[in-house]
Design a protein around this ligand. Sequence first.
Ligand code: FEO
Ligand code: CA
Ligand code: CA
Length: 627
Amino acid sequence: MTDKSLIDLSWDDFDEHRDPRPDSSDFDAVVERAISRRGFLGGALAFGSAASVFGAGLMSSTTAARAGAHGGFAFKPIGIATDHEIHVPEGYRHKVLVRWGDALWSEADGAYGDDGLVPVAMSDKVFGENTDGMELFDVDGKEVIAVNSEYVNPKINLPEASEGVPADADQVTLLKNFQGVTVMEVAKGANGYEVVKDSPLNRRITHETEMTLAGPLAGHDLVKTSADPEGRTVRGTMNNCGSGRTLWGTYLTCEENFNGYFGATGEMPEGEGYARYGIGGEGRYAYEKFDTRYDLSHEPNEPHRHGFVTEIDPADPTSTPVKRTALGRFKHENAEMVHASDGRVVVYLGDDERGEFLYRYVSTDTWEEGQDGGALLDDGTLYVAKFNDDQTGAWLPLTPETTGMDAAEILAFTRLAASAAGGTTMDRPEWVAANPTKPEAYVALTNNKNRGVKPNAGGDDTSVNGPNPRETNNFGQIARWVPEGGNHAADNFEWDLFVMAGNPTVYDNAYGGSENVTEGNMFNSPDGMAFSSDGMLWIQTDGDDSNEGEFAGQGNNQMLVGNPQTGEIARFMTVPNGAEVTGLCWSLDGKTAFVGVQHPGGSWPDGAGKPRSSIVAVWREDGAVIG
Ligand code: FEO
Ligand code: CA
Ligand code: CA
C-alpha cells in the first residue's frame, strides 16, 4: 500500500491495514450466531439484572420515555438530520466559537486564506485542526479552554503536494504545528463567547514543544534517543484525542494514534512491542522521510516516548508539559480522574483499538484539597479491567508478578502487560466518564467489527463476552460499573450495560439495541462522554452517518443525553454530515456548553470554501444553566 492510500484511511482502518483480519471470516455465520444469543440479550442483560444492581424503576421509566414524554430532560428531543448544519432543540441557540486556522494572536490575523491554507510561519499561531477533547479552567476568574487538535487533513493542508504527502521539511512542520493542544482564553461579550486574541494565557503546544518525561519509565534505556541520551526530555505530544482534568486544576491530554507518525526508511528494529502498537512500515504522513526523529531505522526508541497522558498547566504558558508514564503507554482515549473515597487519586483510561483494554490508575498516596498532585501521577499502580459474565468484575494489577515484565517494561509496553495479566478484551474503549453525583463510571465501547472474528493485535481471544456481547459489532455500547463500597480505588466492581446501540427498525435481534434505544433516539458508535454537574450523561457519536442500510434512520453524528437513573436517552444536537462530535465542556456559570465538531463535510461552517473543524457554543435562550 502506498502513502497515497494510507492517509485516506480512518485510524481504525489504519489499524486494520497494520493487522488485517483473515479473508475467511463469514459475516452471515457471525450474525447467525449472534442472533442465537437473542434470549440472553433481550433486555435481561441491559436492564433486568441491572435493576437489582442499580435500583428499581429502570424498566418503567424507560417505557415512559418511549411513550413520548420529555422524560426528565430539560429539552424537547430533536430528530435526525442529514444536512450540513448544526441542529439544537427549541429554545436553544448556537454559534461558532472558533474555527481551525483562526488567529490566537493578532500577528496571525488573516493567516487562514481564502484558499483554506495557512503559511508555515503562522501554523503554530492559529487554532489547531481537528478539534477534540477539551476542558475549561478558572484561571483567576478568567475562563481558559485547553483543547486538543487530534490530526491533520493533508489533502486540504497541502493541495499542491501529491495526494497530501509532504514533499519537504516545511510541509512536515506545517502538519506538525496544526496538531497538539491549544490553550486559549475565552470571554463572553455582546456577541456571546469569543476567543480573547493576544491573551497572555494563549498558547500552542505542538509536536515540537519540549516536555518532561516523568514517572518510572523516565531515564530508562527504552526511552533514550540520540537527541536525549538521558531519556528525560521529549519533543512534542501527538494525536491528542480525549482529555481529562486533574483535581488540582491542570489539563490532561491523551496521545492516541501516535503509532502512525513513525516509519522505517531502512531496517526495522526488533521487538514485539512495535507490532502490538502497529508501528512499522511506512508512516501515515511520511514524516520519517524528512525528520530522522520519526524514522525507526534511526531512532528505534522515539515511539516509546509517545502514547502517554501528558499534563499541562493551563494557568502558566511558560510551564513545561509532563508526560506521566505511570499511566501507561497505549492509544489513550481520555483520562477521567476521580477522588476515591479513601483519598487516593484514580484515573480511568481507555485504549482505543479493537480488542484492547480498559485501565485504571490508582495513586499510592492520597490527595488533599489545595495540593498540587502532579507527583501522585508518578507513583501508583496501573490495573486492567476484568469483566465477568455474572456482572461482577475486578481490577487486575499490572506488576512484575502478574505480567512477568519489569516495572519499566509494563509502562512502555502496557498492552503486553495487560494481555499477560488476563484483562478483558473490549470493543474499542473510547471515553470514560464518572458520575459526579454518585460512585459509578461509564465507558463508551464505540464498535468492533472484529469482535468474534479475529484476535486482537496481541493474539488475545476476542470471542463475545459480558460487556462486549455482539459479534461484528458495528453499533457499540456503553458499559458502566459501580465500585465496591463506593470506593473507586477498590479492587472489585459490579457492572451492566447502560445502553447497547442498534437499529430497531432494521433488526429484531441484539443488533436492534437495548430497550432504551428506539426509532426516535437511535445512534451508533458512542465515543465522547461527559457528565454535567447535575449527573446527566452527555454522549457524543463518531459513527457511520450514511443514513443507509443498518444505519438508516440514524442520520448525522449527534450528541445525546442519558439519564443514569432511568436509562432514558434523548437526542440533543446533530452536527453537519461528515463530522463527528467530540469534546465537551461548560462555562464557569454552566450556562454555555462548548461542543467540538471535528472533520465536517461540505463547507461548514463558512458556507463556502473548505470545511473547518470548530468549537460551537450552545446556550439556552432563557439564559438558564445548560448543564
Ligand atoms: Fe480519537 Fe478514539 O478517538
Ligand atoms: Ca474519540
Ligand atoms: Ca471514534
